[in-house]
Design a protein around this ligand. Structure first.
Ligand SMILES: [Zn+2]
Ligand SMILES: [Zn+2]
Length: 169
């Protein structure tokens, strides 16, 4: 359950407030679960929220380096695990990369990733219709889902010259 009246109408191209938003949300999630957003967890989340494109684990370690010293891989992987478990970060299987969650949704809710082949941006979408359709399908075949991540590859509206929403082509 989320009772946020948070405005999601921000422009993805210039998401400068991304990290601050994400950290504020993470603090709330952690507080409500009695978990702690340690400094390394916060840093990992901020680095992902700052990036418009998904970030691989090793690139993430480079970005987190301070005075030329990268954090130990195990430290970063543990922080990622925590963030994944709490639904603050998603892992994009096809790219083996991570991205901060844009939304407040249930950790097991279906998520649709729209992956642009041209600019590499990945945006996250959710749809009640897709969620309903998917759970009906799973019930029908008796499959218990561990995660429900749908990846759609293609070209984003920006790269298509802003024609994304043009009706009838
Ligand atoms: Zn999400
Ligand atoms: Zn694009």
């Amino acid at each position: 359950m989320t009772d946020h009246d948070h405005d999601h109408s921000h422009d993805h191209g210039s998401c400068a407030a991304g990290a601050a938003d994400a950290l504020g949300r993470a603090e709330e999630v952690c507080a409500s679960r009695g978990a702690r957003l340690t400094p390394i967890r916060a840093k990992v989340l901020a680095a992902l929220a700052d990036s418009a494109t998904p970030v691989g684990a090793y690139e993430l370690m480079d970005r987190l380096a301070e005075d030329g010293r990268r954090p130990a891989p195990i430290t970063v992987y543990r922080a990622l695990d925590f963030l994944l478990t709490n639904g603050l970060v998603h892992r994009l299987e096809s790219r083996n990369a991570y991205l901060a969650c844009d939304h407040t949704h249930d950790a097991h809710a279906p998520v649709i990733f729209l992956i642009c082949d041209s600019c590499g941006e990945v945006s996250e979408a959710s749809s009640d219709d897709v969620a309903d359709g998917l759970s009906a399908l799973l019930a029908k075949v008796g499959f218990k889902a561990r995660s429900q991540l749908v990846e759609v590859a293609g070209e984003c509206a920006n790269c298509r010259g802003g024609q994304g929403r043009a009706a009838g082509a």
